[in-house]
Design a protein around this ligand. Sequence first.
Ligand SMILES: [Zn+2]
Length: 166
Amino acid sequence: MTEAPHPYDPNHPHDPVRDPWRAAMRRALAEADHAAATGDVPVGAVVLGPDGAPLSTGHNEREATGDPTAHAEVLALRRAAAALGEWRLSGCTLVVTLEPCTMCAGALVQARVGRVVYGARDEKAGAAGSLWDLVRDRRLNHRPEVIPGVLEADCAALLTAFFRDR
Ligand SMILES: [Zn+2]
């Protein structure tokens, strides 16, 4: 007989699709915390290589650098490409605390990322299922797998607290 890995908890039912990404999302959440120091919206990202090992991290640095493109995802993608020595991130997974915007969705498609995993939905600007679904547009010939809602409540709470305290 095999035992369940965790006792049943009605608040956190076992989720075979999302559970494998929780550890990486915790890392992205820790990265998001760094953004607050410079008054940046707390969004964090991690790129995992095809073997699942972290290649790079990034957090929103728009205020810190005055760069409108310095979103967590773009920074993490650039660093992952630098680590691999090429722009193609085939088989890699981008894990980010907030649903990517149109710019970041475009960047991750350009990078040929295999999968995007995100936490909180962005109903106002999300481009991976909420307002648009750019990453799964059938007119594009590269369409990453999308896994939304990993640690969604924690990711959303971080953003809510940031905007409440401003
Ligand atoms: Zn973005």
